[in-house]
Structure formats: C-alpha cells, structure tokens
Design a protein around this ligand. Structure first.
Ligand code: PLP
Length: 397
C-alpha cells in the first residue's frame, strides 16, 4: 500500500535501534550462525517464583476485570509505602498513576505538558525512546551532553545553558541507560540549585534501574523538598524485578499532574493489566531482590576489567544497570587493509557481521564515539565477546 497517507507523527518516528539489532541478530541465527547478543535491554533472569505465584493467586481469585484507570488502591498504597521506605518521600495514593510500563508513564507526562514548540531538555547519553516520545508529543528535544571523563553525568552549568523560555520539562534517568551512571546526592543538589531558579520547569526523573545499583545508595531528585512538587518520579517493575513482559510502571507527582495523566490513559489504554497489578503489590512490599543485582555486579566487575584490556578504548565504571558504553573513537578511520571503520554505527554493524556480536551504536543514544554493550548475559559469553573484539581490533591501524 501507499504509506504516504500515514500521519506525519508516525513518519517522524525513528525505528528503534535496539529492536533493529535484535532482528539482525535473529536473522544471522536463523542462518545457523552463533551470535553473542549484547544488545538486550532486559535482565536475563526469570521473574522471581514468589511474584509469579501471586499472579496465579490473583487469577484464581478472579481479579480479571477492569480496574480503576490509575491502578488498584492496594497497589497505589504499596507504591506510596515503597517511596517512603526506600526513598524517604511522602506521597498519597492520589499522587500515583499506574501505567502499562514506565514508558507509558513518561508518554502520559509528555502528552500532558507539551504544546508544539515546547522544549524538553534531555541529558545525553539518553534512553532511545525519550526522543521519540517527546517528538510524538509535539515537543522539541534539546540535548545536553556529558563526557565519559565525568561518568556521563551532566554538570549544572551545561543544564543552565540549555534552559530557554520555551523549556517545559527536563528528562533524565538515574541510574541511566545506556550509561549505568548514578547521580550522587551532591550531584543532584547541583542540578536542583539550577532548577530552583526556574519555577515553571518540571522534571521527569526516570528511576527504573533503581534496584540494579551497586556502588551508591539511590537518591531520587524528588527527595529534595525544595523541588519535590515539580518532580514527576517514574519507576516500574520491569528491571528490578525482571518483569519486562508484565508491563507495569508507575509515576508519582502532584495530584493535578496525576489527574491529567489518568485522563490521557483513560482515553488510550485504560488500566494496566489487572493480574500484573496484584502481583506487583506483593513485589513492592517485598522490595529489592539483591540476588539479581549481586549477579549484575559480579558481571560488571569482570566485564569492565576485560574491556579495559582492549588497547585504545576508553572505559568508565558504571555504577548501576547492566550496560557499558566504551568510547571506540580511536578506531574510527583505522583500517585492517580490507575494511575501514567509519564511525560507531559502522563499528556496531561490523561487530555483528564480522565477529557475530550484537551491540547497539552509541549514536542511537546520542553518543557517537561509543558502542553500547549489555551485560545481561553470562560471564562466559561476555568473556568470549571481549576476546573476539580485542583480537579483531588488533588488526586495525
Ligand atoms: N526507562 C529506561 C531508562 C529504560 O531503559 C526502559 C527500558 O528499557 C524504560 C524506561 C521502560 O521501562 P518499561 O518496561 O517499564 O516500559
């Protein structure tokens, strides 16, 4: 058919780089080629057994109907309790909206706030979907860069430089994807000191990787009382509980924002899955499953150590999540006689076609010197991958 008749909104949407790489890796596998897949954005663990049992119980008890659009009160209460217990922040259940994943929660907020021409400041490297969500909400993404030397964290001066009278939202994740970077309390304070001067700017704080954090305690920017009313805190079950397929996320915010997001959700998807909601009550009351983050930490340590042995790349130490974003720019323009590496996109394609390792180019995340590796896979696979990369890159001069 003639796809020209499709809306401008859908034409403006980019294809997801991560999904594209996953598809290319599948194509190779179908040809019988063994691929080490380091492109994945989800934990490689099953959902804990006790959470699954709670879902079975919810089914048996007949929790199979529509729920309130913003989530069952029991779950919203469990979220309020979690935010108090883990983050020291006071909310009540009317501040909470439960959605079909954190992604929908972020989309609800952007649709609530943005008119054409409104600017959203996004910290780079960023999660791929932020840009698309802002664009289809009619907003204009304004990117603020960071450096690997500063662990990919934006400094307050750079944030302030990006603010204009069109800025409506600031959107960032800590812990971050694709960086695994965590803003410390004092780094957040630096950002708060800037934002306090601009009372019309709201902040979307994506904290979905909170429970996969190794080195510091997680601090939410919403825990600063001077700015709390302007923070929309986003979190969910996908990463910390290994529940990506259950589609359960939430936000906590000023009651008027919560009402507006509920209105949008009520006219699009209605409530999140009822079974997932009941299972999430149990999971949130249970809290962190440290067995998972301990395994990620062990992998992080080994993977970083091995990667640092590859000559001429820059590697920082991520403090959370399951991603590493090394800088390969030294190799751009280098040749092995047959191939010249053009840039990060080309390098990521070559990793797949030449040595059968699936990664995602840094450009997909606004970081064109880098390639993103996910270590949500076994230590054996990670070790094999690094050996292959090292041997292959040694050919380039
Ligand atoms: N935020 C970040 C930073 C992510 O990396 C992801 C998933 O990759 C999400 C949000 C989406 O989470 P959910 O599965 O709850 O929609």
């Amino acid at each position: 058919m003639n796809t020209n008749i499709f809306s401008q909104s859908v034409k403006n949407l980019a294809e997801s780089e991560t999904l594209k790489m996953a598809q290319l890796a599948r194509n190779l596998r179908e040809q019988g080629i063994e691929v080490i897949d380091l492109s994945l954005g989800e934990p490689d663990f099953d959902t804990p057994e006790d959470i699954k049992n709670m879902a079975k119980k919810a089914l048996d008890e007949g929790h199979t109907k529509y729920t309130p659009v913003n989530g069952i009160p029991l779950l919203r209460q469990a979220i309020v309790d979690k935010l108090k217990r883990d983050n020291g922040i006071e909310y009540n259940i009317n501040n909470i909206v439960v959605s079909n994943g954190a992604k929908q929660a972020i989309a609800n907020v952007c649709l609530t706030f943005l008119n054409p021409g409104d600017e959203v400041i996004i910290f780079a490297p960023y999660w791929v979907s932020y840009i698309s969500i802002v664009k289809f909400s009619n907003g204009t993404p304004i990117i603020v860069d960071s450096t690997i030397e500063n662990d990919f964290k934006v400094i307050p001066e750079e944030l302030e430089k990006a603010i204009t009278d069109k800025t409506k939202l600031v959107l960032f994740s800590s812990p971050g994807n694709p960086t695994g970077s965590v803003y410390t309390k004092s780094e957040l304070k630096g950002l708060v000191d800037v934002l306090i001067k601009y009372p019309d700017i709201y902040i979307i704080s994506d904290e979905i990787y909170e429970y996969i954090s190794f080195d510091y305690d997680h601090v939410s920017i919403a825990s600063f009382p001077e700015i709390k009313d302007r923070v929309i805190l986003i979190n969910g079950m996908s990463k910390g509980f290994s529940m990506t397929g259950w589609r359960l996320g939430y936000m906590a915010a000023d009651i008027e924002i919560a009402k507006a997001c509920t209105k949008i959700q009520g006219q699009s998807t209605s409530n999140a899955n009822s079974i997932a909601q009941y299972a999430s009550v149990y999971a949130l009351n249970h809290g962190k499953y440290p067995e998972m983050s301990n395994i990620f930490k062990e992998r992080r340590d080994i993977f970083v150590k091995l990667m640092k042995e590859i000559p001429n790349i820059k590697v920082n130490i991520p403090q959370a999540a399951f991603f590493l974003l090394p800088d390969f720019s030294y190799y751009f323009g280098k040749t092995n006689g047959k191939i010249t590496i053009k840039d990060d996109v080309h390098l990521s394609e070559l990793f797949l076609s030449e040595i059968h390792i699936a990664t995602v180019s840094g450009s997909a995340f606004g970081s064109k010197e880098c390639v993103r590796f996910s270590y949500a896979t076994s230590i054996e696979q990670l070790t094999q991958a690094v050996v292959k990369i090292k041997n292959w890159l040694m050919e380039f001069h």
